[in-house]
Write a protein that binds this ligand. Structure first.
Ligand SMILES: Cc1cc2nc3c(=O)[nH]c(=O)nc-3n(C[C@H](O)[C@H](O)[C@H](O)COP(=O)(O)OP(=O)(O)OC[C@H]3O[C@@H](n4cnc5c(N)ncnc54)[C@H](O)[C@@H]3O)c2cc1C
Ligand code: SF4
Length: 498
């Protein structure tokens, strides 16, 4: 059977029913995949080391494992088939469309992919009942279907969603009072396999900082991270879910997405661990609900949408955004915007930042400046530790830069400096002023936000959810100055001077 680098599970997928005595396992390392882009060094390291740990575990369990390094994934499978004529190959259905098509073409039998909680047919059935695919309705359907946080037929705590209690800004550290204490991240020591994988990074043109112990590469490490989260961070997950404080990079987030996305953790065990911790007491309903919504709601919804939409969804560019990727995405030093410099430097350092910086800083800037969606998608894919086609395409094209014209999210996630100022501590240390729309020290986000609405007024005029923003635009008296400042800001960003 063929095992992909993102299917490292013994309990789910093809290996769950495999027999070490009779089943031959094949790993394919595709040179073209590893060298096709300038991946983040930690992403490459994570994939290589996790696969090697897993391969060695399979050998210890008595499996015959063949590891083939070949030019492409297809030539690797082909090589194995020619060396083992008559052997019928099986695989878990891949999580990416391209790989699924490839394996089918090569005649590999595909078993159902149970690395998610929602079979594709069930998602299709749910989606068929709605005109627009509202995540909240999917999530309620999931809560009932999976019987999670339910009190009979009603949501536990009397509400489906506690967002109104969450979304707090970073806590203020007041003089004379002890500062707010954030959970401390774990550090993972390198073992020999990790060190050998780090050595291999010389073979590739990678970007970003070298591995530094942020990410585990084994199931044991992934379980340790899960336990660390439910023990130390879950209780405050809800309130600070959207906050972007400068004195912590993890906030109360779980840091489990890389492990979930390569099979080292299964969503069912993540949910079970969180619910068990909640039932022990001390975790408020808004935190457990907020976290469960991410795992059974957002994650499953994004995967459902990825398979529901056509393959060319990734090529959408409804707002006709044609700008090349801005230099600051490649180098945190090429911007003076404190928020962007901090978040890009976080990505350089760890290949990760939490959901709100991804959405309201990185994608928001790409949206407001009109960076080409496919260029931005490519950058996101090669920069994040947890990146995968199924999760990046809808999150970037649909949620991040509204390139699908609102097919997934009815309204773009566009925001100016006021939002960032409210939800972070970035602005105090910035050369720009989040309240200013014009002038040399106007916040680029604020100027670009109004300019974006102005440029796309026609596009959004029929969207009732944009009515309030457009009415705000109508009330502005200095539109010409905003347009002119926006041009300067964009040129400055292109030169790496803003
Ligand atoms: C533009 C953009 C790109 C993104 N790209 C990725 C990506 O490549 N890989 C990825 O796993 N997530 C992606 N996300 C979703 C989300 O930002 C990350 O899952 C999350 O930040 C991972 O950190 P965490 O494990 O601490 O998550 P937590 O905040 O602790 O949430 C728990 C889990 O919920 C799931 N989750 C929450 N939101 C989403 C979502 N929108 N889509 C899918 N899963 C979700 C993740 O599995 C996550 O581990 C993206 C979001 C945006 C806006
Ligand atoms: S003022 Fe604007 S650019 Fe500076 S940190 Fe705040 S939001 Fe970012």
């Amino acid at each position: 059977m063929v095992i992909s680098f993102d299917q490292l599970s013994l309990t789910h997928g093809a290996l769950a029913s495999a027999d070490p005595q009779t089943d031959h396992v094949v790993f394919i390392e595709s040179v073209s995949m590893l060298t096709s882009r300038s991946w983040h060094a930690q992403r490459l390291y994570f994939l290589l080391s996790a696969a090697e740990h897993f391969r060695q575990e399979l050998v210890q369990r008595g499996f015959t494992v063949t590891y083939i390094a070949s030019d492409t994934f297809a030539s690797g499978v082909d090589q194995f088939i020619r060396a083992n004529p008559g052997v019928a190959l099986r695989a878990t259905t891949p999580s990416s469309r391209a790989q699924k098509e490839l394996l089918l073409k090569l005649g590999v039998e595909l078993l159902p992919n149970d690395l998610f909680l929602t079979p594709h047919d069930d998602f299709v059935e749910w989606a068929s009942g709605y005109k627009s695919l509202t995540m909240e309705y999917f999530y309620r359907w999931q809560r009932k279907r999976l019987d999670l946080l339910m009190d009979g037929n009603q949501p536990e705590g009397g509400q489906w969603n506690f967002d109104a209690d969450n979304r707090l800004p970073p806590p203020k550290n007041r003089k004379g009072q002890a500062p707010h204490m954030w959970p401390q991240p774990l550090h993972f020591e390198f073992d020999d396999i990790d060190l050998a994988s780090i050595d291999r990074l010389n073979e590739f043109t990678a970007w970003g900082d070298m591995p530094n112990g942020t990410w585990a590469t084994t199931r044991q490490g992934a379980l340790k991270q899960l336990d660390h989260f439910v023990t130390n961070a879950l209780a405050d997950f809800g309130p600070y879910e959207d906050a972007m404080p400068t004195d912590t990079w993890t906030v109360n987030h779980s840091l489990i997405s890389p492990y979930l996305n390569i099979g080292l953790l299964h969503p069912s065990e993540v949910v079970a661990a969180a619910i068990e911790r909640y039932e022990q007491g001390g975790v408020p309903i808004q935190s457990i609900e907020g976290f469960i919504r991410q795992v059974i709601g957002w994650r499953e919804y994004i995967n459902g949408v990825y398979w529901l939409f056509e393959n060319d969804y990734r090529e959408q560019n409804q707002l006709n955004a044609q700008r090349s990727l801005l230099p600051l995405f490649e180098d945190s030093e090429s911007t003076q915007m404190n928020c962007m410099r901090t978040v890009i430097s976080d990505v350089e350092l760890r290949a990760w930042t939490h959901h709100i910086p991804r959405l309201m800083l990185l994608a928001n800037l790409a949206l407001l400046t009109g960076v080409n969606p496919q260029e931005f998608l490519d950058w996101m894919r090669r920069s994040f530790i947890d990146a995968a086609d199924w999760v990046m395409v809808p999150n970037v094209i649909g949620m991040g830069v509204h390139a699908d014209g609102g097919r997934m999210m009815t309204k773009p996630y566009a925001a100016g400096g006021a939002y960032i100022s409210r939800m972070s501590n970035f602005c105090g240390g910035c050369v720009y002023d989040p309240k200013k729309r014009t002038g040399d020290d106007a916040c680029p986000f604020t100027t670009l936000y109004w300019d974006f609405l102005d440029r796309n007024r026609q596009e959004f005029s029929g969207n009732h959810r944009m009515g309030q923003q457009l009415r705000g635009l109508d009330r502005l008296s200095e539109l010409e100055e905003i347009r002119s400042r926006a041009k300067d800001v964009i040129q400055g960003l292109e030169r790496g001077e803003i």
